[in-house]
Design a protein around this ligand. Structure first.
Ligand code: SF4
Ligand code: SF4
Length: 247
C-alpha cells in the first residue's frame, strides 16, 4: 500500500533532529560548513549529496510582527515524478518506484547517468531536490527509507521527530489525517493550507504564505511541472538525437 508523510509546520520547533537522524541512518559524513546568518540558523545552507533532509529557516517582519518560519525539506516522492521521466529518457531503471511504498528511488544505475541527465532531472523537479556528487557522479536524494518501511519501521526522520511534526503512514489514512489536522489548525490560522496533497507523498501543512518557508515549497508551475521542466522535456529528445548522430 502506498505511503505518505504529513509534515505539520505548526508542530516543528526546528530542532533539526530529523536532519541529523537522516544523516546518521544514511551513514553520511559531516559537511564542512559555517553559520550563514541573516536571521537564520539554517545549516548547511542547502540540500547536498550528504543531506537528503534540511530544516529551512526564514525570518519575516510585517509591521511590528516578526515570524520565524521553519520547514523540513526533502524529496516529495511525486505521484508522477518529472525527474523519473527525464532519467528514463537516458536509461531505464536508474529511477524506479518502490512498489511497496510508492517511493521514488534513485538506484545504483543513476551513477552511470551523464551530468547533462542530472541537469535535466534537477531542472525538471518542481521542488529542486536532486543533488549530484561531482567527485563520484552519484545522483541522490531522499529514498523514503524504503528499506526500513519494508521491514515494518517508519522513516528515520519521522521516528526522530520529538513533536510529531513529521508523521508517516498509509496514504489514505494520512490524507484523512491531513484534512482533520487542517480543520483544527485553521481555527487559529485561517490561512492554513495543505500543499500539493494530491500530487505528492510528502504533504506540508503550513500557516503562512508558502514563500515565507521556501521558494520551492509549492511546485513551480501548473500540474506539478515547471516552465523550465516543460522546456527541458520538449528539448530532451532533440538533444538525445543530436548526441546519437554525433556518436
Ligand atoms: S520531488 Fe523532485 S526529486 Fe522528488 S520525486 Fe518529485 S521530481 Fe523527483
Ligand atoms: S525518509 Fe529517510 S532518507 Fe528521506 S529524509 Fe527521512 S530519514 Fe532521510
Amino acid at each position: 500500500m502506498s505511503k505518505t508523510f504529513l509534515i505539520d509546520v505548526t508542530r516543528c520547533t526546528a530542532c533539526r533532529g530529523c536532519q541529523v537522524a537522516c544523516k546518521e541512518w544514511q551513514g553520511f559524513a559531516a559537511n564542512k560548513t559555517t553559520q550563514i546568518g541573516w536571521g537564520s540558523h539554517q545549516n548547511p545552507p542547502d540540500l547536498n549529496p550528504k543531506n537528503f533532509k534540511i530544516v529551512r529557516f526564514q525570518e519575516h517582519k510585517i509591521g511590528d510582527t516578526v515570524t520565524w518560519n521553519f520547514m523540513s525539506d526533502q524529496c516529495r516522492h511525486c505521484l508522477q515524478p518529472p525527474c523519473k521521466d527525464m532519467a528514463d529518457g537516458y536509461m531505464q531503471g536508474a529511477v524506479v518506484f518502490d512498489e511497496a511504498t510508492g517511493a521514488v528511488v534513485y538506484t545504483d544505475k543513476a551513477k552511470q547517468l551523464p551530468k547533462e541527465a542530472f541537469d535535466e532531472m534537477k531542472s525538471a523537479c518542481p521542488y529542486d531536490i536532486p543533488r549530484r556528487d561531482d567527485a563520484t557522479g552519484i545522483i541522490n536524494k531522499c529514498d523514503m527509507c524504503y528499506e526500513r518501511v519494508a521491514a515494518g519501521l517508519i522513516p528515520m526522520c519521522a521516528k526522530a521527530c520529538p513533536t510529531s511534526a513529521i508523521t508517516f503512514g498509509d496514504r489514505e489514512k494520512m490524507l484523512e489525517e491531513a484534512k482533520k489536522r487542517l480543520a483544527v489548525v485553521k481555527k487559529d490560522y485561517p490561512e492554513a493550507q495543505l500543499i500539493d496533497a494530491e500530487e505528492v507523498r510528502v504533504i506540508y501543512l503550513i500557516t503562512d504564505k508558502p514563500e515565507f518557508y521556501h521558494k520551492n515549497l509549492v511546485a513551480q508551475g501548473p500540474a506539478g511541472i515547471s516552465r523550465m521542466a516543460a522546456l527541458a522535456k520538449m528539448t530532451a529528445p532533440l538533444k538525445r538525437s543530436v548526441r546519437n548522430l554525433l556518436g
